[in-house]
Structures are given as structure tokens and as C-alpha cells.
Design a protein around this ligand. Structure first.
Ligand code: SAM
Length: 304
């Protein structure tokens, strides 16, 4: 899988590429990356990439011509030239596995997804990261100043993506976030193939309903919940002891404790995730005991 990043600050990424999982994935050839300096696509003495906004107002806007040239150098034609009828609407991306919509189908045809990093974009989530691993190539366009001339979005981009509800000064951090989150989901990148399934927001393997010991699969992968707490040596630290259950070697008990902790933490920090999570009856019972009331339940009602 290949990433292409278009930026006015190509040096920004050098440290990012040289550390941890991303570095290893690049070294092993599981992903590759190209960084395009937007100024290479200018033709004036000052290598101008920005201009004042039409209509007045603060700040500068990234000009369309260098961005268009950079994208065309990567083989991306304007949508009109690609025969797409509705260039003003960025297509949707699949948020749930197995139900691709028009955006994914379009991108799957070319194997490329062109993404404009933008605070106005749809939210980047683990589901979007998983979806992007299906692309042969992901092009990340980094805005700066007040943003990018909107015609670049309309003409060339498949989607606008926001990494959260806050405004960054540039798309480079967001591009690094997207590349990191997608890279670690590329098969073979994480040492233990299963580990992304067991992390926060991980999906369970729907092909397996129970394991060999009869434990429901939903109690293995995180199934859309947050991760459980982790502990390592020493067993006691500043007067706080590691939960006994983690030291006794009983894997069934450990699994049950971890599941309960996942449910607790998700209920406490992200109760919104519970509505979509893959829960078994035991999970639901545990959650109700912890005080969970699924939306639509009358206050005070117990689980049937
Ligand atoms: N005027 C824009 C707005 O109010 O939405 C903010 C522009 S911001 C200062 C400059 C660039 O940073 C954007 O073009 C975008 O590429 C990037 N950026 C800012 N916040 C972002 C976010 N939450 N997610 C992704 N990219 C973001």
C-alpha cells in the first residue's frame, strides 16, 4: 500500500517516518510513501502557493493551480475528466464493514483514495482507517493557512477527513495521524496479527462465534469497546497493587476480568460506543449492573 502526501512542509515528516511501527512497515516494504513538495509545482520566482481570499477576510488560501498540478503528476485527473457526474459532492466512505457505498466503489476502481485533510471533513475513525487499508494508494492533501481553494476539493478529492473537532494549523499532523493509524492495520505490520482486533475499537472476527473453550467470540476481540487496563512489573508500584486476577494464571478468569474492565471503561469514558458495540448477553447483564441504560429504555428498567 502506498501513501502520497502533498504538503508545503515536506521536512515535517522525516522524524515521523523514522520511528516505531511506521518505520518498520516502511523498512519491510509493507507500505511505501512519497512526499511531494507543493512548491515544486509552482512556476514563479517566489514559488507562490497561496493567495488572498476572494470576498475579503483574514488569512491566505492555498491556490488551486499548484495543487492540481501536484495531483495530476500522481495520475489524478479532475473528476469531470474521469466522467464523474457530481463533482461538488465528495462520496461517502464505508463506516461499517461489508456495506461499501459509492465512494468506496469509485475508489476501488482506481485503487486510489484522494483525501483532503480538513477540519470540515467527516470524522476519521478506526472504521475509516480499516476501510483505507483496502486501497492500493491513499493521497493525503495537507492544507495550510485558511485552507485549500474549494475547487480542489470538488474536482479532485474523494473525501474530506477531519481527525477531530479542533483546528490545527496545517494538515501535516492530520496526515501523519491517518498514515499511522492505517499503517498499523495493514496485514503483517503488527507483530501479532490479532493485536489490532484486541485494541480499542477493534472488530471481532464474525466468522467465529465461539472459541474451542466455548467462550463467545465477542469476549475475545474488543468488538467496538475501549481496551482494558494493562499492568506490568513491578506488581506493586507506589502502594498500588496489580489486580490479583492477573497474577493467578487462570486465563478464563483473566479474560472475564478484562472484558468487565472494557465494559466499565467504555461506559465511563465513551458510553456512545456501547450502542454500536458487539455485546453478548453476559456483557449486557454486566453493563446493566454497572448502571447502563441503553437509549430508549425507560429509566429504572432492568434488562429483560
Ligand atoms: N479555515 C479552516 C476552518 O475553519 O475549518 C481551518 C484551516 S486550518 C488553520 C489549516 C489546515 O489545517 C486545513 O486546511 C487542514 O488541512 C488542516 N486541519 C486543521 N484542522 C484539521 C482537522 N481537525 N483535521 C484535519 N485537518 C485539519
Amino acid at each position: 500500500m502506498r501513501f502520497e502526501i502533498i504538503t508545503i512542509f515536506p521536512e515535517f515528516f522525516s522524524g515521523f517516518f523514522e520511528h516505531g511501527v511506521v518505520r518498520r512497515a516502511l523498512k519491510e516494504g509493507l507500505v511505501s510513501v512519497g512526499v511531494r513538495d507543493l512548491r515544486e509545482f509552482t512556476h514563479d520566482r517566489h514559488r507562490t502557493v497561496d493567495d488572498r481570499p476572494f470576498g475579503g477576510g483574514e488569512g491566505m488560501v492555498l491556490k488551486p493551480e499548484p495543487l492540481a498540478e501536484a495531483l495530476e503528476s500522481l495520475g489524478i485527473a479532475a473528476k469531470a475528466e474521469r466522467g464523474l457526474s457530481s463533482p461538488t459532492l465528495a462520496p461517502e466512505i464505508t463506516l461499517k464493514d461489508g456495506a461499501p457505498n459509492s465512494g468506496v466503489e469509485e475508489a476501488a476502481r482506481t485503487g486510489t483514495q484522494v483525501i483532503l485533510l480538513s477540519a470540515q471533513g467527516r470524522r476519521f475513525t478506526q472504521a475509516v482507517a480499516r476501510e483505507l487499508t483496502r486501497r492500493e494508494r491513499v493521497i493525503l492533501v495537507c492544507g495550510r493557512y485558511e485552507g485549500v481553494d474549494e475547487r480542489i476539493n470538488s474536482l479532485y478529492c474523494d473525501m474530506e477527513l477531519s481527525i477531530g473537532d479542533y483546528v490545527l494549523s496545517g494538515g501535516e499532523l492530520a496526515a501523519a495521524v491517518v498514515m499511522d493509524a492505517v499503517t498499523r492495520l495493514v496485514p503483517g505490520v503488527l507483530g501479532n496479527e490479532a493485536s489490532s482486533e484486541f485494541e480499542s475499537f477493534g472488530i471481532m472476527d464474525s466468522a467465529i462465534s465461539t472459541d474451542e473453550t466455548g467462550i463467545p467470540r465477542s469476549q475475545h476481540g474488543s468488538g467496538g469497546l475501549l481496551d482494558y487496563p494493562h499492568f506490568t512489573r513491578p506488581a506493586e508500584f507506589k502502594g498500588m497493587v496489580t489486580p490479583e486476577v492477573l497474577l493467578n494464571g487462570d486465563h478464563q478468569q483473566i479474560r472475564r476480568w478484562r472484558r468487565e474492565q472494557q465494559l466499565r471503561k467504555t461506559l465511563e469514558n465513551r458510553p456512545d460506543l456501547l450502542e454500536q458495540a458487539e455485546l453478548c448477553d453476559e456483557d449486557r447483564r454486566m453493563l446493566v449492573d454497572l448502571g447502563w441504560r441503553p437509549s430508549g429504555w425507560p429509566v429504572g428498567r432492568r434488562q429483560p
